[in-house]
Design a protein. Structure first.
Length: 570
């Protein structure tokens, strides 16, 4: 033949994720494209003197993993060495957190801000033993009286600071929290060091924005982690002016410029799709429309390889963020919370109208929409707005989707399926919070949360993502969680009726995630003519106990025919 393959894989479990989920044993890659799939004998014509032949020895070859919701720059900034690790299992108590901070103080220069990420009261012994015991500035003051300390929660919905940080930020008993936020105070009315939701902007605005170098280092760190995990594509779900105040601007527009430079320099070792973020959580429809139009005009002048870096659509926040709670529900919470909306003093009806107006504007302008949806009422509101926008401005193949969709109703699923809209779920969040959900939403709703089985049975397109840095971007744990519905802390099963099978779970990280990217015709499965994005997993995934999947090593990762991670011995 005229052109031999660059890579040939033999003697493996080649999981094609084609329409039949067929399994082959060999595959060839030529010029970044899959050139053949079949058996060992089929590969003979493709093997030349320069071809690398990989004997998989029974290992599993999958399409490259597509994490369809991952904040790449933020994850890098929230991970060591750029941030302290105060997540479980690195820490298991408030005392552990204090010790990590104490060690950082010993390394810090004068006046340096100390930042960390990942604390979760569900995994801090003192808080588990006594739920009324919450992280406090006193825990941090004892080890860092002179250095300001800022520790972000795993979810991004709360920030924990010390007294020095409060002093520099200018927060005291008289400070009024921004709309949709809360400054937690003690019985005497003094701040405790905990800031929820919109109040976190007070911290963000006091910190210097990330430099271009810091953003670059953060994304490089993320890309290295993802290569080791077999992740070859991901969606940055919101970059733009609406993210300038989040994690020192990690979600801001300058981050998109850094991605463009990394691509131009040949350093972008994963495919990246982007949702634009013109405004923040509590914006009005008028502010959103004005911001989107301006952002779209500014982005139109940029040019990049759309298969490596593409702007797919727009991010909208379609639910109210309630301090200490995280969903907009039809019925009240059980833990003293509410089911109503709390953003800027709006009523439910006012917010529904605003969401509808934002969705109509973006849809009519031709954008794909990824809308943040937590809670069943949020889901119904957003999905109905999708349908109304399409009815008013018919547009084929819009591929709008609900982000999170943790409590999608049967009604929402029916509408999503009827219009070929999607939902983007997060199984590793389910794994992380399953033991705590009942406290907030009740036993029945906690079991239902992240309803994979019902969504697939309803015919909804489901993609999976980690929401890193909320959780670690490990798709293997995501697959195991979808199959088992077991929790991280205790292993307790939560909602076994929502379990799905291995093939279904893999599709959410491959071909259906590619669908979300408008790319299922050229990536997401191992078929001739498609992009050679590959993930090799040691062992036979198809016969593995689901409990063992998270520990199966990723030994090779290929993006566009280029090896970006390799621990295989040929």
């Amino acid at each position: 033949m005229d052109t031999y393959a660059d890579l040939v894989f033999v003697s493996g479990r080649v999981v094609t994720v084609d329409a039949e989920f067929s399994v082959a044993s060999a595959l060839a890659v030529t010029g970044g494209i899959i050139s053949a799939v079949g058996g060992r004998d089929d590969m003979a014509p493709f093997i030349g003197p320069a071809t690398r032949v990989v004997d998989l020895r029974g290992a599993t070859l999958l399409p490259g993993i597509n994490d369809s919701h991952l904040h790449g720059c933020a994850f890098g900034m929230a991970s060591p060495p750029l941030s302290l690790d105060v997540a479980h299992p690195a820490v298991s108590s408030l005392a552990d957190v204090a010790e990590v901070v104490r060690e950082a103080v010993g390394r810090a220069t004068g006046g340096q801000w100390i930042t960390g990420h990942g604390w979760d009261t569900g995994y801090l012994d003192e808080c588990v033993t006594d739920p009324s015991r919450q992280p406090s500035l006193h825990d941090l003051d004892a080890v860092s009286p002179d250095h300001p300390v800022v520790l972000y929660s795993f979810s991004g919905h709360a920030t924990w600071v010390n007294s020095k940080a409060l002093e520099l930020i200018g927060i005291d008993r008289d400070t009024v929290a921004p709309p949709g936020g809360a400054i937690v105070v003690d019985e005497a009315g003094e701040p405790t060091g905990l800031l929820h939701e919109g109040a976190q902007a007070l911290v963000q605005n006091a910190l210097p924005p990330l430099s271009r170098e810091e953003r670059t280092d953060a994304i490089r760190s993320t890309l290295a982690t993802l290569a080791r995990l077999g992740v070859t594509s991901y969606t940055e779900p919101g970059l733009g002016p609406g993210g300038d105040g989040i994690m020192r601007g990690a979600l801001g527009g300058e981050t998109l410029d850094v991605y463009r430079r990394l691509l131009a320099d040949g350093e972008l070792t994963a495919r990246v799709g982007v949702l634009l973020l013109p405004t923040g959580m509590a914006s009005t429809a008028e502010e959103f429309a004005r911001g989107l139009d301006a952002l779209t005009a500014s982005e139109s002048s940029h040019d990049a390889d759309p298969r490596r870096l593409a702007i797919h659509g727009v991010k909208i926040f379609g639910d109210g963020i309630v301090p200490n709670k995280t969903a907009w529900m039809h019925e009240p919470y059980v833990g003293g919370g509410c089911g109503s909306l709390c953003v800027g003093g709006e009523t439910d009806d006012e917010r529904i109208a605003e969401i509808g107006a934002m969705i109509r504007h973006a849809h009519a302008a031709g954008h794909q929409l990824g809308v943040h949806v937590t809670g069943d009422r949020a889901g119904d509101t957003v999905v109905e707005a999708f349908a109304a926008a399409v009815a008013e401005h018919p547009r084929p193949d819009a591929r709008h989707y609900a982000i999170h969709g943790d409590f999608l109703t049967a009604h929402s699923m029916k509408v999503l399926a009827a219009h070929d809209f999607g939902v983007n779920m997060n199984p590793t969040i389910k794994w992380t919070v399953a033991d705590m959900e009942e406290e907030f939403v009740g036993t029945g709703r906690a079991a239902y949360a992240w309803p994979y089985r019902d969504a697939l049975d309803a015919g909804v397109r489901v993609a999976s993502g980690s929401d890193a840095p909320v959780t670690h971007p490990d798709w293997r744990q995501g697959v195991a969680t979808m199959m088992l519905r077991e929790s991280k802390a205790t292993g307790r099963v939560s909602g076994p009726e929502q379990r799905i099978g291995l093939a279904e779970a893999i599709r959410t990280y491959t071909i259906d995630a590619a669908w979300q990217d408008f790319a299922d015709d050229w990536k997401g499965s191992l078929e001739p003519g498609k992009a050679a994005d590959l993930c090799v997993l040691e062992g036979d995934l198809l016969t593995a106990d689901p409990h063992d999947i998270p520990g199966m090593p990723v030994v090779l990762t290929v993006v566009d025919g280029r090896v970006v991670h390799d621990t295989l011995r040929d």
